[in-house]
Design a protein around this ligand. Structure first.
Ligand code: CP
Ligand code: NVA
Length: 346
């Protein structure tokens, strides 16, 4: 009698787990976790297809709504994400950690100062070891090659949380932010003014894959990566988008739906700060530049921002700015990415 009771309790417990795991499997998530197109890792935006991006944005919107309604959704119960940070972070660290918690799992902050990696243990051995404990790794580091090597040797998914070359998680949050304000992404004109850096590179890829016209204005010598631009142009041919590079910020923002900027000296370039301040003179996103854009153009910045350098305080704190929506959307889009890479197919 007691055995039968225990058996039925076990059955109910198992049923509960199965139901919890399958709860909230919207068509977008079903496609994301069952699609043969999905890669193991998210290293650049181009690891995603156009369909993947649309599904991630739909799923992010659903997760955001669940969150707003205070509904629990914990498909990653029992799963762990390791987070390796070789550069500072506020948004990426907190949003990944909170995102894992909200999905029922946990996140471990791994500082290179504490890991053996910081004392010279090979990245390949680190990848193989961590794969025995964790279910996924997020890494923020300098070289894109480090992230690629980690992914190559890890049997678990690896997510790029920013390198010198890419910032794909930021670009996904940016797409969601724009989509919330505009009916559709295709056909929009996005002007990026400033340094052709990691944020610019991932935005170019994101814009091209979603059919936007991305116009980048930067001083000579600070253009985005040429291979990334060439690949994005070939994507844009397929999607109806475009990628243009100019040295004239006013030409870039003319008629723009979105005006985006980022710091002039990124992490790792601190010693170039003074030189860059001179080189970027005339590229500040201020009220004068904004008057050349569409009246309702969105003002975007991935943050952290340097008011008075790449953007004026009145513009970043003004009515057109959506920078804190971008920051919030890191949470929702990354939760969709975590689900996509970590939820079991069955
Ligand atoms: N935008 C962004 O990645 O911010 P953090 O450097 O604070 O993570
Ligand atoms: N381009 C900046 C982005 C920070 C989120 C940097 O790499 O420092």
């Amino acid at each position: 009698m007691r055995a039968a009771f225990r058996g039925s309790r076990l059955f109910l417990f198992a049923l509960d787990r199965v139901t919890a795991e399958h709860a909230g499997r919207t068509p977008a998530l079903q496609r994301l976790i069952s699609g043969d197109t999905m890669k193991k890792d998210l290293l650049t935006l181009r690891d995603l297809t156009e369909r993947n991006i649309e599904d991630i944005l739909d799923r992010s919107a659903w997760l955001k709504q669940q969150n707003r309604n205070g509904l629990r959704h914990e498909p990653l119960a029992g799963k762990s994400l390791g987070m390796i940070f070789e550069k500072s972070s506020t948004r990426t660290r907190v949003s990944f950690e909170v995102g894992m918690f909200q999905l029922g799992g946990q996140a471990l902050f791994l500082s290179p100062n504490d890991l053996q990696l910081g004392r010279g243990e090979p990245i390949a051995d680190t990848a193989r070891t961590l794969s025995r404990y964790l279910d996924a790794i997020m890494i923020r580091t300098f070289g894109q090659d480090t992230v690629a090597e980690l992914a190559r040797h890890a049997s678990i998914p690896v997510i790029n949380g920013l390198t010198d070359l890419h910032h794909p998680c930021q670009a996904l949050a940016d797409l969601l932010t724009i989509r919330e304000r505009r009916a559709s992404l295709a056909g929009l004109r996005l002007a990026y003014v400033g340094d052709g850096n990691n944020v610019a590179n991932s935005l170019i890829e994101a814009g091209a894959l979603t059919g936007m016209r991305v116009v980048v204005a930067c001083p000579k010598g600070y253009e985005p990566d040429t291979t990334i631009v060439a690949d994005a142009r070939s994507d844009a041919k397929r999607t109806g988008g475009a990628v243009e590079i100019t040295n004239d910020p006013f030409q870039a923002v003319a008629g723009a739906d979105v005006v985006y900027t980022d710091v002039w000296a990124s992490m790792g370039q601190e010693q170039e700060h003074a030189k860059r301040l001179k080189a970027f003179k005339g590229f500040q996103v201020d009220a004068k530049l904004m008057s050349a854009a569409g009246q309702d153009a969105l003002v975007m910045h991935c943050l952290p921002a340097h008011r008075g350098e790449e953007i004026s305080a009145d513009v970043i704190d003004g009515r057109q700015s959506v920078v804190f929506d971008q920051a919030e959307n890191r949470l929702h889009t990354q939760k969709a990415v975590l689900e996509m890479l970590m939820v079991r197919k069955g």
